[in-house]
Design a protein around this ligand. Structure first.
Ligand SMILES: [Zn+2]
Length: 318
Protein backbone atom coordinates (compact mmCIF):
# COMPACT_ATOMS: atom_id res chain seq x y z
CA UNK A 1 0.00 0.00 0.00
CA UNK A 2 1.38 3.40 -0.93
CA UNK A 3 1.48 6.23 1.61
CA UNK A 4 -1.49 8.62 1.46
CA UNK A 5 -0.69 11.88 -0.42
CA UNK A 6 -2.41 14.09 2.18
CA UNK A 7 0.52 15.30 4.36
CA UNK A 8 2.58 16.39 1.32
CA UNK A 9 -0.29 18.54 0.07
CA UNK A 10 -0.44 20.34 3.39
CA UNK A 11 3.25 21.15 3.70
CA UNK A 12 5.10 21.70 7.00
CA UNK A 13 3.04 22.23 10.14
CA UNK A 14 2.47 25.93 10.92
CA UNK A 15 3.05 27.55 14.32
CA UNK A 16 0.12 27.68 16.70
CA UNK A 17 -0.41 31.37 17.46
CA UNK A 18 0.29 32.80 20.94
CA UNK A 19 2.08 29.61 22.11
CA UNK A 20 5.71 28.67 22.89
CA UNK A 21 6.53 31.84 24.83
CA UNK A 22 10.24 32.57 25.18
CA UNK A 23 9.61 34.73 28.24
CA UNK A 24 10.66 33.57 31.69
CA UNK A 25 7.80 34.94 33.78
CA UNK A 26 10.01 35.18 36.90
CA UNK A 27 6.96 35.19 39.18
CA UNK A 28 9.17 35.35 42.28
CA UNK A 29 10.22 38.89 41.30
CA UNK A 30 6.66 40.25 41.26
CA UNK A 31 6.71 40.86 45.01
CA UNK A 32 10.36 41.95 45.12
CA UNK A 33 10.25 45.76 45.23
CA UNK A 34 14.02 46.17 44.96
CA UNK A 35 14.18 43.94 41.89
CA UNK A 36 11.24 45.76 40.30
CA UNK A 37 12.97 49.11 40.89
CA UNK A 38 16.19 47.86 39.32
CA UNK A 39 14.36 46.40 36.32
CA UNK A 40 12.54 49.60 35.30
CA UNK A 41 15.94 51.34 35.39
CA UNK A 42 17.51 48.61 33.19
CA UNK A 43 18.50 49.98 29.77
CA UNK A 44 17.28 46.71 28.17
CA UNK A 45 13.75 47.11 29.59
CA UNK A 46 11.03 47.35 26.94
CA UNK A 47 7.26 47.25 26.86
CA UNK A 48 4.33 46.29 24.69
CA UNK A 49 1.64 48.98 24.48
CA UNK A 50 -2.01 47.89 24.59
CA UNK A 51 -5.10 50.08 24.33
CA UNK A 52 -8.12 47.82 24.92
CA UNK A 53 -8.47 45.73 21.74
CA UNK A 54 -5.72 47.73 20.01
CA UNK A 55 -1.97 47.12 19.98
CA UNK A 56 0.48 49.92 19.17
CA UNK A 57 3.21 48.93 16.67
CA UNK A 58 6.09 50.81 15.11
CA UNK A 59 5.60 50.34 11.36
CA UNK A 60 8.09 48.12 9.54
CA UNK A 61 8.60 44.80 7.79
CA UNK A 62 7.84 43.26 10.20
CA UNK A 63 6.42 45.90 12.53
CA UNK A 64 8.01 46.31 15.98
CA UNK A 65 5.71 46.01 19.00
CA UNK A 66 8.38 46.87 21.60
CA UNK A 67 9.02 50.38 22.95
CA UNK A 68 11.57 51.63 25.44
CA UNK A 69 9.85 52.70 28.66
CA UNK A 70 10.55 56.36 27.80
CA UNK A 71 9.14 56.03 24.27
CA UNK A 72 6.06 54.29 25.65
CA UNK A 73 5.54 57.07 28.21
CA UNK A 74 5.62 59.60 25.39
CA UNK A 75 2.72 57.78 23.67
CA UNK A 76 0.33 58.67 26.48
CA UNK A 77 -0.56 58.10 30.13
CA UNK A 78 -0.78 54.49 31.33
CA UNK A 79 -3.73 52.94 33.11
CA UNK A 80 -1.61 50.07 34.31
CA UNK A 81 1.86 48.57 33.88
CA UNK A 82 2.44 44.83 34.25
CA UNK A 83 5.76 42.98 34.51
CA UNK A 84 5.50 40.18 31.93
CA UNK A 85 8.87 38.52 32.58
CA UNK A 86 12.40 38.35 31.21
CA UNK A 87 13.61 37.66 27.70
CA UNK A 88 17.25 36.57 27.94
CA UNK A 89 17.52 38.71 31.08
CA UNK A 90 15.86 41.82 29.58
CA UNK A 91 12.72 42.96 31.46
CA UNK A 92 9.51 42.96 29.43
CA UNK A 93 6.36 44.88 30.36
CA UNK A 94 2.83 45.42 29.18
CA UNK A 95 1.61 49.02 29.34
CA UNK A 96 -2.12 49.62 29.16
CA UNK A 97 -3.74 52.83 27.93
CA UNK A 98 -7.36 53.69 27.11
CA UNK A 99 -8.44 52.34 23.70
CA UNK A 100 -9.46 55.83 22.55
CA UNK A 101 -5.96 57.14 23.35
CA UNK A 102 -4.39 54.30 21.34
CA UNK A 103 -6.75 54.93 18.42
CA UNK A 104 -5.87 58.63 18.49
CA UNK A 105 -2.30 57.58 17.58
CA UNK A 106 -3.58 56.38 14.17
CA UNK A 107 -2.78 59.86 12.84
CA UNK A 108 0.95 59.14 13.24
CA UNK A 109 2.71 57.90 10.10
CA UNK A 110 5.32 55.91 12.02
CA UNK A 111 2.80 53.85 14.01
CA UNK A 112 0.35 51.08 13.15
CA UNK A 113 -2.60 50.68 15.53
CA UNK A 114 -4.39 47.38 15.00
CA UNK A 115 -5.92 44.41 16.82
CA UNK A 116 -4.11 41.27 17.96
CA UNK A 117 -6.12 38.92 15.71
CA UNK A 118 -5.01 40.84 12.60
CA UNK A 119 -1.44 40.92 13.89
CA UNK A 120 -1.41 37.12 14.28
CA UNK A 121 -3.33 36.22 11.10
CA UNK A 122 -1.36 38.62 8.88
CA UNK A 123 2.02 37.97 10.55
CA UNK A 124 2.59 41.69 11.17
CA UNK A 125 5.23 41.10 13.89
CA UNK A 126 7.90 38.43 14.44
CA UNK A 127 6.20 35.26 15.79
CA UNK A 128 8.11 35.41 19.10
CA UNK A 129 6.14 38.54 20.05
CA UNK A 130 2.73 36.84 19.87
CA UNK A 131 2.84 35.02 23.25
CA UNK A 132 3.92 38.08 25.28
CA UNK A 133 1.40 40.23 23.40
CA UNK A 134 -1.31 37.74 24.38
CA UNK A 135 -0.07 37.79 27.97
CA UNK A 136 -0.05 41.61 28.05
CA UNK A 137 -3.46 42.01 26.42
CA UNK A 138 -5.17 39.44 28.64
CA UNK A 139 -3.91 40.76 31.93
CA UNK A 140 -4.31 44.44 31.02
CA UNK A 141 -7.93 43.81 30.01
CA UNK A 142 -8.48 42.04 33.31
CA UNK A 143 -7.24 45.15 35.11
CA UNK A 144 -9.47 47.38 32.98
CA UNK A 145 -12.55 45.31 33.90
CA UNK A 146 -11.78 44.67 37.57
CA UNK A 147 -11.24 48.08 39.11
CA UNK A 148 -13.70 47.44 41.93
CA UNK A 149 -13.81 44.77 44.63
CA UNK A 150 -16.29 41.98 43.82
CA UNK A 151 -16.66 41.40 47.57
CA UNK A 152 -17.45 44.92 48.87
CA UNK A 153 -17.50 47.27 45.85
CA UNK A 154 -14.57 49.47 46.93
CA UNK A 155 -11.97 50.58 44.35
CA UNK A 156 -9.01 48.17 44.29
CA UNK A 157 -5.27 48.70 43.76
CA UNK A 158 -2.92 46.78 41.45
CA UNK A 159 -0.05 45.18 43.38
CA UNK A 160 2.66 42.54 42.78
CA UNK A 161 3.83 44.12 39.51
CA UNK A 162 0.30 43.88 38.13
CA UNK A 163 -0.46 40.24 39.03
CA UNK A 164 -2.96 40.92 41.82
CA UNK A 165 -5.51 43.53 42.86
CA UNK A 166 -5.99 44.27 46.53
CA UNK A 167 -9.03 45.81 48.18
CA UNK A 168 -7.93 48.38 50.81
CA UNK A 169 -11.38 48.25 52.46
CA UNK A 170 -12.04 44.52 53.02
CA UNK A 171 -8.52 43.20 52.24
CA UNK A 172 -9.84 40.77 49.61
CA UNK A 173 -7.22 39.67 47.06
CA UNK A 174 -8.23 39.36 43.41
CA UNK A 175 -6.24 37.38 40.86
CA UNK A 176 -6.30 37.52 37.05
CA UNK A 177 -8.72 35.03 35.53
CA UNK A 178 -8.52 32.65 32.59
CA UNK A 179 -11.74 31.23 31.16
CA UNK A 180 -11.48 27.63 29.89
CA UNK A 181 -13.17 26.84 26.57
CA UNK A 182 -13.50 23.40 24.97
CA UNK A 183 -12.98 23.27 21.21
CA UNK A 184 -13.55 19.89 19.62
CA UNK A 185 -13.52 18.04 16.35
CA UNK A 186 -16.23 15.38 16.31
CA UNK A 187 -15.12 12.47 14.16
CA UNK A 188 -16.85 9.42 12.75
CA UNK A 189 -14.54 7.20 10.68
CA UNK A 190 -13.50 9.19 7.61
CA UNK A 191 -15.84 12.07 8.31
CA UNK A 192 -15.79 14.95 10.76
CA UNK A 193 -18.35 17.49 11.88
CA UNK A 194 -17.82 21.22 11.40
CA UNK A 195 -20.16 24.08 12.17
CA UNK A 196 -20.66 27.64 10.96
CA UNK A 197 -21.36 30.52 13.29
CA UNK A 198 -23.04 33.61 11.81
CA UNK A 199 -20.00 35.55 13.14
CA UNK A 200 -17.57 33.68 10.83
CA UNK A 201 -16.21 35.16 7.63
CA UNK A 202 -18.09 33.83 4.54
CA UNK A 203 -17.23 30.24 3.62
CA UNK A 204 -15.38 29.38 6.82
CA UNK A 205 -16.32 26.28 8.82
CA UNK A 206 -14.75 25.29 12.14
CA UNK A 207 -14.78 23.05 15.20
CA UNK A 208 -17.60 23.38 17.71
CA UNK A 209 -16.62 25.20 20.90
CA UNK A 210 -18.06 26.45 24.16
CA UNK A 211 -17.20 27.68 27.64
CA UNK A 212 -16.67 25.13 30.38
CA UNK A 213 -19.19 25.80 33.13
CA UNK A 214 -18.47 25.83 36.88
CA UNK A 215 -18.23 22.31 38.27
CA UNK A 216 -17.77 20.73 34.86
CA UNK A 217 -15.00 18.45 33.57
CA UNK A 218 -13.46 19.03 30.12
CA UNK A 219 -14.96 15.77 28.82
CA UNK A 220 -18.42 16.59 30.14
CA UNK A 221 -18.27 20.05 28.58
CA UNK A 222 -17.31 18.54 25.19
CA UNK A 223 -20.26 16.13 25.35
CA UNK A 224 -22.73 18.79 26.54
CA UNK A 225 -21.74 21.46 24.01
CA UNK A 226 -21.80 18.97 21.12
CA UNK A 227 -25.23 17.70 22.14
CA UNK A 228 -26.58 21.24 22.63
CA UNK A 229 -25.14 22.78 19.45
CA UNK A 230 -25.44 19.90 16.98
CA UNK A 231 -27.56 17.19 18.63
CA UNK A 232 -24.68 14.70 18.35
CA UNK A 233 -23.77 12.27 21.15
CA UNK A 234 -20.04 11.74 21.87
CA UNK A 235 -18.14 8.74 23.21
CA UNK A 236 -14.40 8.81 23.87
CA UNK A 237 -12.61 12.14 24.02
CA UNK A 238 -8.91 12.69 23.41
CA UNK A 239 -7.02 15.78 24.57
CA UNK A 240 -4.94 17.36 21.79
CA UNK A 241 -3.31 20.67 22.80
CA UNK A 242 -4.26 24.11 24.09
CA UNK A 243 -4.00 27.74 23.05
CA UNK A 244 -4.36 30.96 25.00
CA UNK A 245 -6.97 33.10 23.26
CA UNK A 246 -6.60 36.67 24.50
CA UNK A 247 -10.10 37.92 23.52
CA UNK A 248 -10.14 38.72 26.35
CA UNK A 249 -8.72 35.82 28.40
CA UNK A 250 -9.76 32.35 27.28
CA UNK A 251 -7.81 29.12 27.22
CA UNK A 252 -8.86 26.99 24.27
CA UNK A 253 -8.64 23.29 25.18
CA UNK A 254 -8.46 21.32 21.94
CA UNK A 255 -9.86 17.79 21.77
CA UNK A 256 -11.06 15.15 19.33
CA UNK A 257 -14.29 13.34 20.16
CA UNK A 258 -15.82 10.13 18.80
CA UNK A 259 -19.34 10.53 17.46
CA UNK A 260 -21.93 8.08 18.80
CA UNK A 261 -24.75 9.37 16.60
CA UNK A 262 -25.10 10.86 13.09
CA UNK A 263 -28.24 12.98 12.87
CA UNK A 264 -27.53 16.68 13.25
CA UNK A 265 -29.98 19.01 15.00
CA UNK A 266 -28.46 22.48 15.24
CA UNK A 267 -29.06 25.12 17.88
CA UNK A 268 -29.97 28.05 15.63
CA UNK A 269 -29.00 30.60 18.29
CA UNK A 270 -25.38 29.36 18.12
CA UNK A 271 -24.91 28.03 14.58
CA UNK A 272 -26.24 28.73 11.12
CA UNK A 273 -25.05 25.34 9.88
CA UNK A 274 -23.34 22.07 10.81
CA UNK A 275 -22.58 19.08 8.61
CA UNK A 276 -20.29 16.12 8.06
CA UNK A 277 -17.22 16.60 5.85
CA UNK A 278 -15.06 13.92 4.18
CA UNK A 279 -11.29 13.96 4.62
CA UNK A 280 -10.84 14.86 0.93
CA UNK A 281 -13.10 17.87 1.31
CA UNK A 282 -11.27 18.96 4.47
CA UNK A 283 -7.90 18.77 2.68
CA UNK A 284 -9.23 21.06 -0.05
CA UNK A 285 -10.42 23.50 2.64
CA UNK A 286 -7.07 23.43 4.48
CA UNK A 287 -5.21 24.08 1.23
CA UNK A 288 -7.66 26.79 0.07
CA UNK A 289 -8.61 24.80 -3.05
CA UNK A 290 -12.24 23.91 -2.27
CA UNK A 291 -14.43 24.30 -5.43
CA UNK A 292 -17.02 26.33 -3.49
CA UNK A 293 -14.41 28.41 -1.68
CA UNK A 294 -15.02 26.80 1.72
CA UNK A 295 -12.18 27.18 4.23
CA UNK A 296 -11.05 26.19 7.70
CA UNK A 297 -9.73 28.74 10.24
CA UNK A 298 -6.23 30.18 9.61
CA UNK A 299 -3.06 28.32 10.69
CA UNK A 300 -2.58 30.53 13.77
CA UNK A 301 -5.82 29.15 15.29
CA UNK A 302 -6.03 25.89 17.22
CA UNK A 303 -9.05 24.73 15.16
CA UNK A 304 -6.77 24.52 12.12
CA UNK A 305 -4.36 22.27 14.05
CA UNK A 306 -7.12 20.08 15.52
CA UNK A 307 -8.59 19.51 12.06
CA UNK A 308 -5.22 18.93 10.45
CA UNK A 309 -4.11 16.39 13.08
CA UNK A 310 -7.19 14.30 12.25
CA UNK A 311 -6.59 14.58 8.48
CA UNK A 312 -2.99 13.48 9.03
CA UNK A 313 -4.21 10.44 10.97
CA UNK A 314 -2.58 11.48 14.25
CA UNK A 315 -5.64 10.95 16.46
CA UNK A 316 -5.70 7.88 18.71
CA UNK A 317 -8.52 7.41 21.18
CA UNK A 318 -7.36 5.67 24.34
ZN1 LIG B 1 -13.38 44.78 49.16
Amino acid sequence: MSAPPIPAALGPKPLLGYTNSRLERAAELRIDQAAQGAMVADARAATYVVGGEMIVLRKGEPSDPLFTLDDARALGAADEMVFLGHLDGAPRYGRGMPQAAAEALKTRDDLLITDLRSIAVQGLVAAEHLPPLAEAKSILQWHARHRFCSNCGHATDAVDAGWKRLCPACKAEHFPRTDPVVIMLIVDGDECLLGRSPRFIPGMWSCLAGFIEPGEAIEDAVRRETREEAGILCGRIQYFRSQPWPFPSSLMIGTHAEAKSRDIVIDKTELEGARWFSKDEIVSMLTRSHPDGLTTPPPMAIAHHIIRAWVEDEVRFT
